[in-house]
Ligand binder design. Structure first.
Ligand SMILES: Nc1ncnc2c1ncn2[C@@H]1O[C@H](COP(=O)(O)OP(=O)(O)O)[C@@H](O)[C@H]1O
Ligand SMILES: [Mg+2]
Length: 245
């Protein structure tokens, strides 16, 4: 195993609130495309927060491409698209939000804004440049979050339920973008078709990995499990466990 490539989580304990979300979690994520599936509260967002160093583990280690982000910030290494766009977007307009992602490249504010405008124009979105974020729909804001990540171009992309608010064309476009990305991409989703073809999908359950295999296999097993829980009236019990979702 090459510890200088990919994401390495070693015997991690992560506490959020009064309980452990992870206790002894070990994962080596080196594939180019990795899917994360599982019920609300399974730990998908917590895993992303650990990897991008928003949360530090109580014990154990997390490294990305051989670097410990909790010990030293590494701008440009890991970027995350948040489950809720309002947790990610800082600036009032689209162009300013995209320009923010160019900061680590050392561009002046004017050059960063120019580059953001060009980037939007290349994608047929020139009129979006000066649009107020508040005037965009939830799905459009989610698309802005993806564009912000694309233009920032970190080496590892973490996408937390990126399809949740997107319309069908938006979902199809994101599938194409993910397919074309040169970086390692980890995607959590409840819309299993988006990760069905991935070489590796993890089914998370209560802070542990219940299954770890090729996308088609894991998605089929999860769907069968959900169907069985619904049939036996156990699906509601899972909802009660997922406090925040
Ligand atoms: N800010 C928080 N404070 C306390 N517990 C949290 C917090 N965020 C999430 N949790 C708990 O951590 C567990 C995993 O949540 P999360 O990672 O958000 O799951 P998922 O993204 O798979 O829905 C859940 O039990 C949830 O209630
Ligand atoms: Mg989540």
């Amino acid at each position: 195993m090459d510890f200088d490539a990919g994401i390495h989580i070693d015997k991690v304990r992560l506490q959020r609130g009064s309980s452990n979300v992870f206790d002894g979690l070990t994962l080596h994520l080196t594939e180019a495309r990795i899917g994360l599936i599982g019920d609300n509260g399974a730990g998908k967002s917590s895993l992303f927060r650990l990897i991008c160093s928003l949360d530090a583990p109580q014990s154990g280690s997390v490294t990305v491409q051989g670097r410990n982000l909790h010990a030293q910030r590494q701008p440009g290494l890991v970027g995350m698209m948040f489950q809720n766009p309002d947790d990610q977007i800082i600036f009032p307009t689209v162009e300013e939000e995209l320009a923010l992602g160019l900061q680590p490249q050392g561009l002046s504010r004017r050059d960063a804004l120019d580059k953001a405008q060009q980037f939007l124009a290349q994608r047929g979105l020139a009129p979006w440049a000066t649009r107020a974020i508040s005037s965009l729909s939830q799905g459009q804001r989610q698309h802005v979050c993806w564009l912000a990540l694309l233009i920032a171009a970190p080496q590892v992309l973490l996408l937390d339920e990126p399809f949740a608010s997107l319309d069908l064309p938006g979902q199809a476009l994101l599938d194409v973008d993910i397919g074309a990305a040169s970086q390692q991409v980890v995607v959590s989703t409840h819309i299993l078709s988006h990760v069905l073809g991935f070489e590796r999908v993890l089914w998370m359950e209560q802070g542990r990995v219940r299954m770890d295999a090729a996308g088609a296999q894991v998605c089929a097993a999860y769907e069968a499990d959900v169907a069985q829980r619904v049939a036996t009236g156990l699906a509601g019990a899972a909802l009660a466990k997922g406090v925040r979702g």
